[in-house]
Design a protein around this ligand. Sequence first.
Ligand code: INI
Length: 169
Amino acid sequence: MARYFEGNLVAPNGRFAICVSRFNAFITEALLQGALDTLKRHGVEDDDIDVYRVPGTFELPGLVRKVVETRRHVGVVTLGCVIRGGTPHFDYVSGEVSKGIGQIAHTAECAVTFGVLTCDNVEQAIDRAGVKAGNKGAEAAVACIEMVNLHQQLGAASAVVLKPVKKKA
Ligand code: INI
């Protein structure tokens, strides 16, 4: 009989980090709101979420690596928005960020998900930040919850990052 392993969408024990870039803030702030709303609707407490901001998406992989190295979180959601312009800059930034976050995600002991938009134009970005094509920040957040729960079934290290005990007032 086959055994199936799949993470559920119930808030796991532990803290989440959201790493978000400010460049194209009108889009990334909508992705952030989508991610925050999704984490909370699935039962993650506000106090268990740390939000880290960087200037641009190029800076995200370096930050995400540092955040992962703190081992304080069971899941890290990464959010950014790169929009194609008239020069090859887009290709360099989007290539570096997807490669950089991909490498970290593949080796991190906690779950790392990818909510970075790489769009040909502003309209595509708006559509993916809560209009026609959903909210990619929300999708990255729900994927993060699922992966943390799957990790915990596998006995991965993220299973042992427990919530810090809250001090009584
Ligand atoms: N950063 C983005 O997050 N999105 C972009 O579309 C973008 N473009 O097109 O220039 C962008 N550039 C800034 C880059 O991420 C760095 O912050 C900058 O190069 C400083 O290192």
